[in-house]
Design a binder for this molecule. Structure first.
Ligand SMILES: N[C@@H](CCC(=O)N[C@@H](CS)C(=O)NCC(=O)O)C(=O)O
Length: 210
């Protein structure tokens, strides 16, 4: 299978890290959503990443859908999320917040690079949304002393928390002070120390045209 997208995207990165932790082999096509839109389009008309091309040619768009497919491939025993119960509920709550914070962070980046004059009301709204979501994530992470959110084993919620934390810190440096979320920052540092996070990473760079 092929994973399309660059690792400076928190969505692409969460998928790549899940693939690696599951031991599922994949080829990486590090195409940019803007610079390589024409290459992505034949696989995914949305021209978005992550896009996963399965071995039978089926194309799956969106990290939520891709992760669901991967979880099914490995089965509930190995899935990086509880199959049911309170831990699944809490994981989904946090994944939803983290994915939303990532969405709105990406929106802030696009606002900065695609417009000559950012729309201030929209920027303020996005900043409030990201900050509010990260406040809730911080509270949840600070309330748990375990290495990962649900014990000793890293899961999807841990991965996306770390991916979004890094993205906000890099792509929105100077906009948000990561010191406001110390438990999240510690979580990010623990994740970034892992071989999988180091291998599947790319410093953020602006690739979008004005
Ligand atoms: N909900 C999507 C969000 C993916 C997303 O926003 N990807 C960005 C890159 S970080 C993208 O493709 N941007 C180009 C576009 O939206 O046109 C997911 O979870 O995969």
């Amino acid at each position: 299978m092929q994973l399309i997208g660059q690792y400076d995207s928190p969505f692409v990165r969460r998928v790549a890290i899940a693939l690696r932790l599951y031991g599922i082999a994949f080829e990486h096509w590090p195409w940019s959503t803007f610079g390589d839109a024409d290459r992505i389009a034949p696989f995914n008309p949305l021209r978005r990443v992550p896009t996963l091309v399965l071995d039978d040619g089926t194309v799956i768009a969106d990290s939520w859908a891709i992760i669901d497919i991967l979880d099914q491939m490995v089965g509930p025993e190995r899935a990086l999320i509880a199959a049911s119960g309170p831990d699944r509920l809490e994981a989904m709550r946090l994944i939803g917040l983290a994915a939303g914070a990532a969405d709105k962070s990406v929106a802030l980046v696009y606002e900065r690079v695609l417009r000559d004059a950012p729309l201030e009301a929209w920027v303020a709204r996005c900043r409030g949304q990201v900050g509010g979501a990260l406040d809730l994530i911080e509270a949840a992470r600070a309330s748990r002393a375990s290495p990962w959110l649900f014990g000793d084993r890293i899961g999807h919620a841990d991965i996306i928390l770390a991916a979004v934390g890094r993205f906000v810190g890099e792509a929105l440096e100077g906009v948000f002070d990561m010191g406001a979320w110390p438990a999240l920052a510690a979580h990010c540092a623990r994740a970034e120390a892992m071989a999988e996070f180091q291998e599947l990473s790319q410093p953020f760079k602006v690739a979008a045209p004005k």
